[in-house]
Design a protein around this ligand. Structure first.
Ligand code: ADP
Length: 449
């Protein structure tokens, strides 16, 4: 939207430059530009006016209010040169003039080449309705321009105000700088504090690791001492126990003096107790040997069918409960595995033995299953089963599931079996539920380790 011009004036002589400047400021104030913007547009105007007066001999100056496409209002000043601009171009001596206003350019308007500048009117200014513009036009038409001296005095006071403004801005800048420096010092102090804390934490972590290392060395040496102790004690115990068994056998020998029935019963008790003690001592020795790492598997191609056949034979003698069937399935051929035959047989015998011990009816079964590069040797029973909370504990030395199902033993069989399975490059796992029996699975690589 464009209104009628607010004010028009002619620029023809030097003195008019002052008048253009003065009127420019007056119009800017009337439409509501801020104080500094009034000075800016007045300064830009007097610069352009001087150029045009000297370059083409003068211009007609037209002030108007226009609306931009975004709806914001602008104060627009057109300077229509009295004779054409050379090359229809106009360039103020420096970009400084252009920076004083929002736009400064040469446009073609109504057949003329016009130098046009504009400045946005702030939204806080009083609304410029057509009535208000009309009012302003009347007001500006009546006002009489001041003298050159008055204009100079105004310019001086504006200069002083501008200098004041610059000084207060410089003071403000110095204050901000000071604040910034203080903040920097604070940030730096915080940074140092954090760095110190971090270093301290690091030192703590390092110390903690050193302690952990030390503890694990201690643990390893404690475990080694334990194995050594077990091995030594068992070894020392074996000789006297064997002697007791031998002597007891001598006592009941037909060549010895006859014993009373009661003496014979007691010697029998001595023999069976000593035999139990010997098997405990032997188990302890086996375990200590496996733990110490001194047990070297004797690797060879082994036929699982032969191993299974042997187990079938030896365990048949053990298994005396008629309600329990022992089934050793025939592995499908080829059933070869690279392993230590004796150690593998020991593991399976142990598991089958346990199965028979903890099963009162149903069956205990051993089968072999080939899956990919490994063999699974599975011992299942229909016995008492093991509650989940004991699934790992029964692999600890001397651990036995508490409760009525306890039927003697040492608690060393499973830890030993697992040791051996690991030594053979495999694993020993359990799945079981109370009342539903147990399944122990030995998984071994078919080609050894
Ligand atoms: P032992 O059989 O000499 O007690 P093991 O280490 O072989 O020692 O077994 C530890 C415990 O695990 C046994 O005392 C028993 O409580 C439990 N257990 C082992 N095998 C079975 C099984 N097949 N069924 C039920 N419980 C079992």
């Amino acid at each position: 939207m464009e209104h009628e011009p607010l004010l028009q004036m002619a620029l023809r002589v030097e003195q008019d430059i002052f008048v253009v400047r003065q009127r420019g400021r007056e119009v800017a104030a009337a439409v509501g530009l801020e104080r500094q913007d009034q000075v800016r547009i007045a300064t830009a105007l007097s610069e352009v006016a001087r150029d045009l007066l000297r370059g083409v001999g003068g211009a007609d100056v037209v002030f108007a209010v226009t609306a931009a496409p975004d709806g914001r209002q602008h104060l627009r000043v057109d300077l229509v040169p009295v004779s054409p601009l050379p090359d229809r171009r106009y360039e103020p001596q420096s970009g400084a003039v252009a920076r004083l206003v929002d736009t400064l350019s040469v446009v073609a308007a109504a057949g003329d080449t016009v130098v046009r500048m504009s400045r946005r009117i702030p939204v806080t200014a009083q609304a410029l309705t057509p009535q208000r513009v009309e009012q302003l036009r009347a007001q500006l038409g009546q006002s009489v321009p001041g003298t050159v001296e008055e204009e100079l005095a105004t310019q001086n006071s504006q200069l002083i105000a501008a200098l004041d403004e610059v000084r207060s801005q410089r003071d403000e800048l110095a204050r901000l700088n000071e604040e910034l420096e203080q903040t920097n010092r604070g940030v730096l102090a915080l940074y140092h504090q954090l760095t110190d804390e971090l270093e301290e934490t690091n030192r703590g972590v390092v110390a903690l690791y050193a302690e952990l290392d030390e503890k694990s060395v201690q643990l390893r040496s404690a475990s080694e001492s334990k194995s050594r102790f077990l091995a030594n004690v068992s070894h020392e115990l074996r000789a006297p126990v064997t002697a007791i068994i031998g002597l007891a056998r001598l006592l009941t020998d037909a060549a010895s003096d006859p014993l009373t029935l009661e003496q014979e019963r007691q010697v029998g008790l001595i023999r069976s107790s000593a035999a139990d003690l010997l098997s405990l001592v032997n188990e302890l020795l086996d375990l200590a040997k496996a733990e110490s790492g001194r047990l070297e598997p004797n690797w060879a191609e082994v036929d699982l069918r032969a191993v299974f056949g042997q187990l079938r034979g030896t365990l048949r003698a053990l298994h005396t409960v008629p309600e329990v069937t022992l089934v050793v399935e025939e592995p499908s051929s080829p059933a070869t595995i690279r392993t230590d035959e004796m150690l593998l047989a020991q593991v399976l015998r142990n598991l089958l033995h346990n199965g028979l011990k903890f099963t009162t009816r149903g069956e205990v079964r051993l089968r072999a299953e080939r899956s990919g590069d490994s063999w699974k040797l599975v011992v299942t029973d229909t016995g008492s089963g093991i509650p989940a909370e004991f699934h790992e504990r029964i692999f600890e030395e001397f651990y036995q599931v508490p409760g009525p199902s306890r039927v003697g033993g040492t608690g060393l069989g499973l830890p030993y079996a697992r040791r051996l399975a690991t030594l053979l490059g495999g694993t020993l796992e359990l799945s079981s539920e109370p009342g539903r029996g147990s399944t122990f699975t030995v998984s071994l690589p078919a080609n050894g380790t």
